[in-house]
Ligand binder design. Sequence first.
Ligand SMILES: [Zn+2]
Length: 330
Amino acid sequence: MKTVETVTGPILVEQLGKTLIHEHFVFGYPGYQGDVTLGAFNEEEALETAIGVARQMMSYGIQTVVDPTPNECGRNPLFLKKVSEATGLQIICATGYYYEGEGASPYFKLRAGLGTAEEDIYEMFLKEITEGIAGTGIKPGIIKLASSKDEMTKYEKMFFRAAAKVHQETGIVLLTHTQEGTMGPEQARYLIELGVDPSKIIIGHMCGNTNPDYHKEVLDLGVRIGFDRFGVQVLVGAPFDDQRVTTLLSLLEDGYEDQILLSHDCIIVWLGRPPVMNEQVAQIMGNWHPAHIFENILPALREKGVTERQLDKMLGINATALFAGSPVRV
Ligand SMILES: [Zn+2]
């Protein structure tokens, strides 16, 4: 029997149901900890917001959300557990660190200088996966990995190697962040070379690139990919949603429907002060909310002839296969 850890304990992979593969209930860019005077965390308010959004997701039939917030970006497993217990939504949390440019790199860089970083990361991943996070008993269901634009830095590669080792011992799923549509193939190849089972890898934010050949290079390695930033336009080098849809349709036409998962990469509660967008940006980003796929993207896909079966795969069946480690046909 194959199981996956959620913030309320293990479930059978068959129980995942309809799944959003990449959404953040709480997230802060490292540095938010310094803005506590104006950006204090009000748990009661945050819970009310998060529970409301969880219920909204469930109204579209969503049963599971993967929240891949990196450890240093405000990951809060107890908060996620409260949201899950209040609503019945299954939430999978992560262990992992963000990419060098936007993560909190000084901590493990110091340890790299002392020669212990990789072993330290390995121990951290393993302890959290086997015993739980910080004494909560809550176990991550994935390791989150990330790389920079156009490169995987020396710092980032330490996490990939430690994760590969822990994956070989535990079978845990690895979920990645790619920056601005780059390094998807390199991430997948590096992990596979390190001995990771391709069927347990999902390369994230692939929809940041609109060239189908870039996608096929990754897909033909037998991994799964995230079209997981619907609604994120222009900001962080992102394309427009219509370009995402065009790219997705071309991949579906070529038969990759078993390897693609859809999501928004929403941030429901910001740690620190929430970013203020000017009117123009706010308008462009107006669809960055967890109902967007259901209200706007699915109708557009249906109109182009995408079948209900294909949509069910990209919103759940493929997640079950990922956590089960079912090989994809390539
Ligand atoms: Zn994310």
